[in-house]
Design a protein around this ligand. Structure first.
Ligand code: ACO
Length: 191
């Protein structure tokens, strides 16, 4: 995804971690004008992700990120576009208090880290970028994918989780979240 400004000037790292402050490292903290560009990038990514998932409205935008305690991992390819860089995709995660059913149908209250949105630009899908981003997040959070919950995962994302992390056995829920075998062993009941 290309923009009419220099992506490398805004995002110095290959993976940037954004939160409520909408700051991508020291440089953008010192340059409030860059924050407008960061918001443009997030809004554009959010719209593209919604379109790819056939959602009626984006679940990711700069204003939503500013008002929610979520984290957004943004992956760039700094070499492309004549050295200005392109945005490859993003992964948004956050903690949510959930009421879940374990394998025996017992209600469990837990507050796991959830994958809330995930998108790699169309022409770069199936090139391993999603895996790079997801693995970066797992290392940063020091977490196993089995311990996370997934908000309304798309068929592509379910295929991704099965292929890369062998997550195939989900435990049926009555909400939109998907959790897999092993989740309840570590996320003990607090109910
Ligand atoms: N059809 C089926 N499976 C796919 C597809 C596709 N078009 N694209 C990726 N996958 C899955 C497959 O398992 C694939 O392995 P394969 O090629 O051997 O079949 C694997 O992902 C490839 O892994 P990566 O290359 O690392 O994944 P990618 O960079 O494509 O990122 C992602 C995966 C984020 C799901 C991407 O395909 C995408 O953006 N899809 C559209 C948006 C989307 O569905 N996002 C998930 C929303 S749900 C949520 O966020 C909770």
């Amino acid at each position: 995804m290309e923009f009419p400004f220099d992506i490398n000037q805004i995002f110095s790292e290959r993976v940037s971690i954004l939160d409520q402050t909408l700051v991508a490292g020291r440089r953008s903290a010192e340059r409030p004008d860059l924050q407008g560009h960061i918001a443009t990038v997030i809004d554009e990514l959010g719209r593209a992700s919604a379109k790819a998932q056939q959602l009626t409205a984006p679940i990711t935008s700069a204003s939503k990120l500013q008002s929610q305690r979520h984290q957004l991992y943004l992956l760039k390819d700094g070499e492309s576009s004549g050295g200005r860089g392109v945005v490859v995709g993003f992964l948004k995660v956050g903690y949510k208090k959930l009421f879940l059913l374990d394998r025996g149908g017992v209600h469990i209250e837990a507050e796991p880290l959830c994958v809330l949105d995930f998108y790699i630009t169309e022409n770069l899908q199936r090139h391993g970028y999603g895996l790079e981003l997801f693995d970066f997040m797992l290392q940063h959070k020091n977490l196993e994918p089995m311990l996370m919950a997934y908000d309304r995962p798309s068929p592509k994302f379910l295929s991704f989780l099965a292929k890369h992390y062998s997550l195939t056995q989900s435990v049926p829920q009555v909400n939109n979240f998907v959790v897999f075998e092993g989740f309840f062993f570590f996320n003990r009941s607090v109910a």
